[in-house]
Design a protein around this ligand. Structure first.
Ligand code: ATP
Length: 289
């Protein structure tokens, strides 16, 4: 096989915004969901930062990500109609511009409130100042349609980065990400293919299997092999070993992982485990992707 040039995937960062996350009131599931998405889209997520609903704090976090030249900066939270929703102000501040009434966002909000009015959800279809606030995007930004809620998302290209702002409500975040952001990433990002699978091992302590994992890692340096201890069950240790691979050819990366797990299975059998069970990618990731 010819030598292929290694692709360096595009870098990404996530900025999570919200007092409720830092107060412990809300569990930040958004960054976890986004991290999985970005991992399997083949990007390189470098950092997740959480900040309070404070203009300077948010702008500071975005400036730092820009300074690190993150190519995709995704913010979550703070797009709503209330005064403490200030993410887009902060994006504007970090990129030396103002927010302006965005015609696409305005149209999306008009349609949305006309529909909510017809359904009897709101008493007036007019765009009140609070509703209009959600149409104020940083100058030069593109509005991203929100099919699951009101506040449109925002995409601002700035130098080599794209700053994408999504709502905090998980259903809305997912809607905009899957419908608007994924096609953009597919069209514009440098990506790798990834594959993950694992082996559930009962009855071989992590310390006993450590040399086996070390040896396999040395033999297959392209792979990332990691053990996760899962505690004890009736005095017997439970460990999940996970193998990751990335590259350009989906079939190749899958085979590399499967073959490593096969070898691992063989070598761990020597320790007479109580149970050895293959774990699928879905199971490793704990459900939804
Ligand atoms: P909307 O446009 O609907 O007002 P928003 O962008 O203003 O959304 P926030 O006000 O920041 O979003 O958050 C709304 C709700 O979404 C929170 O009360 C919380 O329930 C949920 N939420 C916010 N951030 C997260 C997060 N990081 N992970 C999970 N849920 C979150």
């Amino acid at each position: 096989m010819g030598r292929r040039r290694r692709v360096r995937p595009s870098t990404a960062e996530i900025v999570v915004i919200g007092n409720e996350v830092l107060n412990g009131e809300v569990l930040d599931t958004n960054s976890n969901w986004l991290a999985k998405q970005l991992y399997f889209l083949g990007l390189d997520l470098r950092r997740v930062t959480a900040v309070r609903d404070d203009l300077e704090e948010i702008a500071g976090a975005i400036r730092e990500a820009l300074r690190r030249k993150a190519e995709w900066i995704i913010t979550t939270g703070g797009l709503g109609p209330t005064h403490d929703d200030m993410t887009l102000e902060a994006v504007a501040l970090a990129t030396n511009r103002k927010t302006v009434l965005n015609p696409e966002a305005l149209e999306m909000l008009r349609e949305r409130y006309a529909r909510l009015y017809e359904m009897g959800v709101v008493k007036e279809s007019e765009l009140t100042p609070s509703r209009l606030k959600m149409a104020m995007l940083p100058r030069g930004a593109k509005a991203l349609r929100n099919r699951a809620g009101s506040a449109p998302g925002s995409l601002l290209r700035y130098k080599g980065s794209r700053i994408i702002s999504l709502p905090g409500v998980p259903r809305e975040l997912k809607d905009i990400f899957l419908n608007e952001v994924v096609p953009l990433i597919e069209a514009e990002a440098r990506r790798v293919v990834r594959y993950v699978a694992g082996l559930f091992v009962k009855g071989v302590p992590e310390s006993t299997m450590a040399p086996v994992l070390r040896e396999l890692t040395a033999e297959r340096p392209k792979l990332y092999i990691k053990s996760h201890p899962k505690g004890l069950e009736e005095g017997v240790s439970l460990v999940e070993v996970v193998v990751h691979s990335e590259g350009q050819d989906p079939e190749e990366v899958r085979k590399e992982v499967e073959s490593a797990i096969g070898v691992l299975e063989e070598r761990l059998r020597a320790f007479q485990p109580v149970e050895l069970r293959r774990v699928s990618m879905e199971e490793v990731l704990g459900g939804e992707r």
